[in-house]
Design a protein around this ligand. Structure first.
Ligand SMILES: *Cc1c(COP(=O)(O)O)cnc(C)c1O
Length: 481
């Protein structure tokens, strides 16, 4: 047996060999990273035995907590059969059973399951299916090869997904690689582009969308949208009635509606899928993050029978959907996804979530009074708190001030892990978080905002991100089991 490397050794190797996602590595190499070794419930535990509340659900994927016995057991049991076999020319029981279960719970009308590994690939597949569908099923509808999407949209980091995204900081550099699309203003009510207020605005921001559809529907294969909440934009919610109106317009103008439920799916917004809030059935739907309860990389693109049939024909017609990945339909991932759906039933996850959603809203309300809290946006267990330099003018903080990062570092010091988006603090607890854990998360978030804001006002604040962190939670070391 080789000896376990020390934390010091791991940090050195991390600094020497790893390249972290969405991370300025020059800065990273100066910092002492937390190295998470274990987890339990809503907590992550580092190599030194310090425990932290997982305020991002490990970047939006975890649902029932870490080390859930049902999920753990599902993977171990599948492993006794086989870790992986392919769906190219073969099938496997977990992939078949999961497909059946997903169709059972998906918005009515979705009838087929296509597997891949992550949210970006699920989106790429939806885009490619849409384009090929129009070519094969409705060639007379004309060359429908482009897409409409909202500004500030995020659909993943692969090139097709970036093409239908619009977050300048992430995307602008890759413009030369991207296919062209049509864009519309999102319903960012806090900073309404039309300077109106909901509901008296009567969602006037949809009029320009109808205008685009009217003028361009002949070339539009689809309208891709994150239903209910534009998550990576900094949690921008859509007002009630918005999504169903978009559905109506897509139907009217013969444009496929592609719902990207990668972030919103699996209970995040309080119902199994965000589309359910408005009884909307999209033509294509991408799911991933919560699909396996946050255990394994797995994704699905769901579609209707109508679209599926567009790909049927004799082999020589070459209507085949020529797309697939090495790990498509991975049995370990599908097994744990099945167990995830079992937990939704056995633990009544969605029923038990409702009072906790209300409780979070109640606990967050007083934070609106804080001097630099501009807006608090919540849909179910997705929360964005937008920090602004000036509450009256809504003047944003300059990116280089990194207030979100500073607040997150303060929260870490207090035992809560967060990952902000610019100046928007994101709180996305596991659905299984207990009322007292939720209360604790919001207390820490509040104290961290207050601390950083006070210090930044008196201008003495320097980022606490360098040097080892000392979480103030050692009284709770019992989760080390
Ligand atoms: C995270 C996310 C994606 C990308 O998923 P990956 O698994 O990171 O590729 C796509 N769409 C939305 C809405 C997301 O939140």
């Amino acid at each position: 047996m080789t000896r376990k490397p020390s934390t010091r050794q791991l940090i050195d190797w991390d600094h020497r060999y790893l390249w972290h996602p969405f991370t300025q590595m020059q800065e990273w190499e100066q910092e002492e990273p937390l190295i998470i070794e274990r987890g339990k419930g809503s907590y992550l535990i580092d190599t030194e035995g310090n425990k932290y509340l997982d305020g991002t659900s490990s970047i939006w994927v975890n649902l029932h907590g870490h080390r859930h016995p049902v999920l753990d057991r599902a993977i171990k049991k599948q492993l006794d059969n086989i870790a992986h076999s392919t769906l190219l020319g073969l099938s496997n029981p977990p992939a078949i059973e999961l497909a059946r279960e997903l169709i059972r719970i998906a918005p009515k009308g979705l009838a087929r399951v296509f597997y891949s590994d992550n949210g970006s690939t699920a989106v790429e597949i939806a885009l490619k299916m849409a384009v090929q569908y129009w070519q094969q099923r409705r060639p007379e509808a004309g060359p429908k090869n482009t897409f409409l999407h909202l500004k500030l949209a995020y659909h993943g980091d692969t090139i097709g997904a970036v093409s239908v995204g619009n977050i300048d900081l992430f995307h602008s550099r890759f413009k030369p690689l991207l296919f062209s699309t049509l864009e519309a203003e999102p319903p960012y009510c806090y900073r309404c582009p039309l300077n109106l207020t909901y509901p008296t605005c009567r969602m006037a921001c949809i009029d320009p969308i109808e205008e685009i559809l009217k003028r361009h529907h002949r070339e539009l294969a689809g309208f891709i949208i994150e239903p209910l909440m534009q998550a990576a934009a900094g949690m921008i919610p859509q007002p009630g009635g918005y999504l169903s109106r978009i559905r109506e317009l897509c139907t009217k103008y013969d444009v496929l509606l592609i719902a990207d439920e990668v972030a919103t799916g699996f209970g995040r917004t309080g119902s199994m899928f965000a589309c359910e809030h408005e009884e909307v059935t999209p033509d294509l739907m991408a799911i991933s993050k919560g699909l396996t309860g946050g255990y394994m990389p797995l994704a699905v693109t769901l579609t209707t029978d109508e679209i599926y049939r567009g790909f049927l024909g004799a082999y020589v017609e070459f209507k085949t959907f020529f797309h697939g990945h090495s790990f498509t339909g991975n049995p370990l991932g599908c097994s744990v996804a099945l167990a995830n759906l079992e937990i939704f039933k056995s633990e009544k996850t969605l029923v038990r979530l409702q009072p906790k959603i209300k409780m979070m809203a109640r606990l967050l309300e007083p934070l609106r009074q804080l001097p630099h809290v501009g807006d608090i946006r919540q849909s179910g267990f997705m929360v964005g708190i937008e920090l602004v330099e000036d509450k009256q003018t809504k003047n944003p903080y300059p990116l280089e001030e990194r207030v979100g990062h500073k607040v997150a570092m303060e929260a870490r010091r207090r035992g809560l892990l967060l990952r902000p988006i610019g100046s928007v603090m994101i709180l996305l607890p596991p659905l299984s978080a207990s009322p007292s854990e939720l209360r604790r998360m919001i207390e820490i978030l509040r104290a961290s905002i207050e601390t950083v804001m006070q210090l930044s006002v008196s201008n003495q604040y320097s980022s606490p991100s360098t040097g080892p962190v000392a979480p103030l939670m050692s009284e709770n070391k019992d989760v080390r089991d």
